[in-house]
Design a protein around this ligand. Structure first.
Ligand code: GLU
Ligand code: MG
Length: 456
């Protein structure tokens, strides 16, 4: 590790080359929303060593009140991100400190704690996230419509469609070019399976860097969308009759020293190219999945994306592409855990609305618990799980994912491993998320009026 003085010196030179005059010091709240302060670039040393000050009571889930001591967001110098869309400004991901100590309510501080625990066992966690999002426009009155400037994105099966994507080419190019300037290795982007929905794929990195990237991706997509008059939304299910937005997570453990992939094994007797260690990790994920789901699908709306039964095929395109069961299998998109190739796993349950710092921490804890207890996920499932019968699956011990936020929270409350992975954030999460459900449940919605008003 270079000393802080060397890092600061290097960055000051890079600021000159990149013409940086402002810094955006950024952390996330408990929901994963980016919070920032803009400071002059000449304060770099101060924001690295002391931090930019924030009132924690003004931010969700920081464990602070109006009386609490300031939170200081200290820039992580390794996270230097010159904004491709706003020349002269650079973002730094930051860790929160209070009274000179790392603040355990900071999701980024917490993730580093969990990653360090894994390193003590010799593991590093590599993660890639595939962001899906919609471009929409807000109508007067608060409803939304898809952003479709040429009125051509109206197919019932719009995935990959040339006409559908054509209006968004300028937006997508600006997004991809900018991310590639940052060295992210964007390798594809497409029109997704819902109208007005897009996905951009970039290279995986270690868990912390990927959480930083996913956060920045949401920031940048949002800013570029505004320039074409749209909102880039990462809510999980903006349109009831179309598929929602996932944040499929691809991952594997590596040897923290050598970097060797510990999930790969060509001689896997189950034929998926996974190691015994990978199966134990999957055993942990399957075991903790109902509680983990509260963290990886953390909003009321997320559960409208994860519905079972007829809703699975009720999307306008024919499928929701979301998991039917807590199951794993081969290269098969009806599984929660898909093994697209040897040596890594994809989790398809995760919602684009998740907090990547909390999600990755909880996920790693679930997998490591599987390794510690040598859990076995059973034999892989094959075939179309969208047509599998609930009772037959239940007899085989295969459960469904929680179907509502309170159901997931009840599992979360009882799961010591998942709760411990969030440290003191766990209680705050439970309280805020139960409030969120109560607030939602107190509404009387248009559907209820339509269904009940004159029914009797
Ligand atoms: N949009 C789907 C989801 O909500 C996933 C589509 C895909 O397979 O990429 O997870
Ligand atoms: Mg996709």
């Amino acid at each position: 590790m270079p000393t802080v003085d060397v890092q600061l010196g290097d960055l000051e030179r890079r600021f000159q080359d990149d013409g940086i005059s402002y810094l955006m010091i950024q952390f996330v709240d408990i929901h994963g929303a980016a919070k920032v302060k803009l400071v002059p670039a000449k304060t770099l040393r101060a924001v690295a060593e002391v931090g930019a000050g924030f009132a924690g009571g003004a931010v969700w889930g920081m464990g602070q009140g109006p009386h609490s001591h300031d939170m200081f967001a200290r820039a992580d110098l390794a996270s230097y991100t010159p904004l491709p869309y706003e020349p002269g400004v650079a973002r730094f991901a930051a860790d929160l400190y209070v009274d000179g100590q790392p603040h355990p309510f900071c999701p980024r501080v917490n993730l580093q704690r969990v990653l360090a625990g894994a390193r003590e066992h010799g593991y590093a966690f590599n993660v890639g996230i595939e962001p899906e999002f919609f471009l929409v426009v807000k109508e007067a009155g608060g409803s939304i419509r898809g952003w479709d400037p040429h009125s051509v994105d109206d197919l019932s099966k719009p995935c990959y469609d040339f006409k559908g994507i054509s209006g968004a080419l300028g937006f997508l190019r600006a997004l991809n070019d900018g991310l590639n300037q940052l060295g992210w290795g964007v390798y594809q982007s497409d029109h997704e399976d819902a109208n007005y929905q897009y996905e951009v794929n970039f290279q995986y990195a270690d868990g912390l860097e990927t959480a930083d990237r996913y956060t920045f991706f949401r920031m940048m997509a949002g800013q570029l969308a505004q320039r074409v008059g749209a909102i880039a939304t990462f809510m999980a299910k903006p349109f009831a009759s179309r598929t929602g937005s996932g944040a499929h997570m691809h991952y594997h453990l590596t040897d923290a020293q050598s970097g060797a992939n510990l999930f790969a094994d060509d001689s896997d007797p189950r034929g998926l190219g996974l190691s015994a260690l990978a199966y134990q990790f999957l055993g942990g994920v399957v075991h903790h999945a109902p509680a983990l789901c509260a963290v990886t699908s953390p909003t009321v709306n997320c559960y409208k994306r994860l519905q079972m039964g007829p809703a699975l095929t009720g999307s306008r395109s024919g499928y929701t592409w979301t998991p039917a069961f807590i199951s794993y299998g081969d290269n098969n998109r009806t599984q929660m855990l898909r093994v697209p190739e040897g040596g890594h796993v994809e989790d398809r349950s995760i919602s684009s609305a998740f907090n990547p710092y909390l999600g990755i921490a909880a996920y790693l804890a679930a997998g490591l618990d599987g390794i510690a207890r040598r859990l076995d996920p059973g034999e892989p499932n094959l075939g179309n799980l969208y047509t599998a019968d609930l009772e037959t699956m239940a007899r085989r011990g295969i459960r469904t994912l929680p179907q509502s936020l309170p159901e997931a929270l009840a599992h979360f409350e009882k799961d010591e491993v998942i709760r411990a992975s969030l440290g003191p954030i766990a209680d705050e999460f439970l309280r805020l998320k139960r409030d969120e459900w109560r607030e939602y449940h107190a509404q009387v919605e248009a559907w209820e009026i339509q269904r009940y008003l004159t029914a009797l």
